[in-house]
Design a protein around this ligand. Structure first.
Ligand code: AMP
Ligand code: GLY
Length: 429
């Protein structure tokens, strides 16, 4: 059989570590002839052609895709989804892996997502929605035990507050609803029952009707070792998670969560195409949904993409339709990513200062640039709180972790810090 392979021209939208990993993996695919990154970063510049267009500039991205003959666009960040980049690209006839803004409401509105889950009977924590301080007071008055307060809109991973008491929750509700600490994102809040269990992130590649489940991952949201400190965008991740029968859980998520949600989104006239990220809590063997994201996780994508076989064919099928539902084959071994941040992340950080050591990583170790920009001589310098993620894979979790930590020890920049307990089994930290 001599079927001539398709030569894809891929546009990766975004400029963080997830997009560096996406561009790196597209470059590796034998079916890809061109990779553009908009706007990209100094890391994507090594594997793709960077184009200075913002990830949220929907009309300019559609124009770029048409001018450069792009055959597949892949959306990275939630901000691109929310800005309607998926709509603009589709409007220009470009196949796009990433949802329209309407389908992206699964991530951009927690109220939308929670109400949809309740309607469909998708397992999730019990909740109420409040639009005013008075309502929050009424709901919380005399409520025993803990409660989780979540801002409705996007908040860079900083919009969920796990509170030990109703008093603490009231304080948070006041900051969001009255003081508008997170702006319009906090105009409505969800008050949610606290769940206890093991967290895991599940990833469904969706074509609007069907879904292919990638292996799940575990991500570390807390800033400090031992899962202490404030929540962040993610301090590290590993895959597969150390959960018995994660493949069974993946099957559960496909049938109890992803398939009903896809059917409902199609019924609402906004079919979901792209990566549906299901943030889950496993409680007594049952996955409860904590949140949806309408995109790959960051840093989970950096951990998964180098470890999995070429995903280009699946991304293309998702964008154009024709995926087969099911579970992706289980890859061998494990993959670990450790994120290096600039202090005082998640507080506001000063940009500047060279990022060194990226070209002296141990063999087989990869570094994806998350928050960098081109400094003097084009060398990367710090531009954001999460700076680099170093990824190692190996025959087992221990070997992958050891490689990732050997790699991150080679990286240097002023104010660098990382967690030392990523992928360390509980009780051994
Ligand atoms: P979210 O942005 O909804 O994923 O929430 C961020 C983090 O808050 C999650 O990764 C959990 O660690 C925690 N969290 C969210 N919802 C709950 C819940 N209902 N019960 C316990 N912890 C939660
Ligand atoms: N690592 C969590 C996220 O991407 O939202």
């Amino acid at each position: 059989m001599s079927r001539k392979s398709v030569r894809e021209r891929v546009l990766v939208v975004g400029g963080g570590g997830r997009e560096h990993a996406l561009a790196w993996s597209m470059r590796r695919s034998p079916e890809v002839e061109l990779v553009l990154a908009a706007p990209g970063n100094p890391g994507t510049a090594e594997v793709a052609e960077n184009v200075a267009v913002a990830a949220t500039d929907a009309p300019a991205l559609a124009e770029l895709a048409l001018a450069r003959g792009v055959t597949l666009a892949v959306l990275g960040p939630d901000a691109a989804v929310a800005a309607g980049v998926g709509d603009a690209l589709r409007g220009a006839g470009i196949p796009c892996f990433g949802p329209t803004a309407a389908a992206g409401r699964l991530e951009t509105s927690k109220v939308f997502a929670k109400r949809l889950m309740r309607r469909l009977g998708v397992p999730t924590a019990d909740f109420t929605v409040c639009s005013s301080w008075e309502e929050a007071q009424r709901q919380l008055q005399g409520r025993p035990g803990g409660v989780v307060v979540k801002a409705d809109g996007l908040a860079l991973g900083k919009g969920a507050f796990v509170c030990a008491s109703a008093e603490e929750a009231l304080g948070v509700a006041r900051r969001l609803l009255v003081e508008r600490e997170l702006g319009e994102a906090g105009a409505q809040v969800v008050l949610e029952e606290t769940l206890c269990g093991e967290e895991a992130s599940f990833f469904a590649l969706c074509d609007g009707e069907r879904a292919l489940m990638l292996p799940p991952a575990r991500d570390y949201k807390a800033a400090l070792e031992g899962d202490r400190g404030p929540n962040t965008g993610g301090m590290g991740a590993y895959a597969p998670p150390q959960l018995p029968s994660w493949e069974e859980l993946n099957r559960q998520v496909l049938s109890q969560v992803v398939e009903p949600v896809l059917a409902e989104m199609a019924r609402l006239g906004c079919p979901f195409v792209g990566c549906l990220y299901v943030g889950g809590m496993v409680v007594s063997g049952q996955v409860q949904v904590l949140e949806f994201n309408a995109r790959f996780g960051d840093p989970e994508a950096e951990v998964l993409l180098p470890w999995l076989p070429d995903l280009l064919p699946q991304l293309r099928l998702a964008a154009r339709g024709g995926l087969q539902s099911g579970l992706a084959p289980r890859p061998r071994g494990a993959s670990v990513g450790v994120v290096a941040v600039r202090e005082p992340y998640p507080g506001p950080v000063e940009p500047g200062g060279e990022v060194g050591g990226l070209d002296s990583l141990p063999e087989g170790c990869l570094a994806f640039q998350m928050g960098t920009r081109a400094g003097p001589g084009g060398r990367p310098e710090v531009s954001g709180g999460r700076v680099v993620v170093v990824v190692g894979s190996g025959p087992d979790l221990g070997a992958a972790r050891e490689l990732a930590y050997r790699g991150i020890a080679a990286v240097r920049f002023p104010g660098m810090r990382y967690r030392g307990d990523i992928a360390v089994p509980a009780g051994r930290g």
